[in-house]
Design a protein around this ligand. Sequence first.
Ligand SMILES: [Zn+2]
Length: 210
Amino acid sequence: MIKFVYLNKEVLVMSARLEVITGPMFSSKSATLIQLLENATYARKQILVIKPALDKRSVETEITTRKIIRGRSTVINKFPANNVNTLREFRKALKERYFHVLGIEEAQFLGPWIITAVKELLSERAHDDLRIIVAGLDMTANMEPFGSMPQLLAMADEVIKLHAVCFKCGKDARYTQKLGGTSDRIQVGDLGLYEARCRQCHTPNVASSS
Ligand SMILES: [Zn+2]
């Protein structure tokens, strides 16, 4: 008689994974992230969400989805989050409680430490039921790779690349257009300062460099 060796199916199936949601502004990155986090909640997963503290558009302890309603950028959904700006703060947040899903919002604003942090976590919990979902802009308004996003995209098991609609001509938009303000790469803003544009309608850096 043949004897079967039953392996723990859970152990075989489980594998830590990294998913990255990217695209220009107004491409529903946050909405997609929040939807995935909500789905994980329904599946009774423990969730931890981190975001950089410099995003002053939203309330400190939540990530938000915005929609343009009657010409105004309006918050339509939100999810609790922790402000994290350094590797030390990241490790501290991780120690505070167990989680199956780690959401990282506006990852382009986090320093290069986020690459080390994600690598470490994927390695430490390689055979665990861990899902890291990163959302962030892939390019600056000058069409340059943004912060640590290129590395995170390269490391990802899955990439969701979202498009927006060009505010000028209505075609598919892959780029963020800055309408003014400073030439700083990091200038947090929303409707009025930025638009989504297609390649034909995009003009790099209209801001004054003074
Ligand atoms: Zn266009």
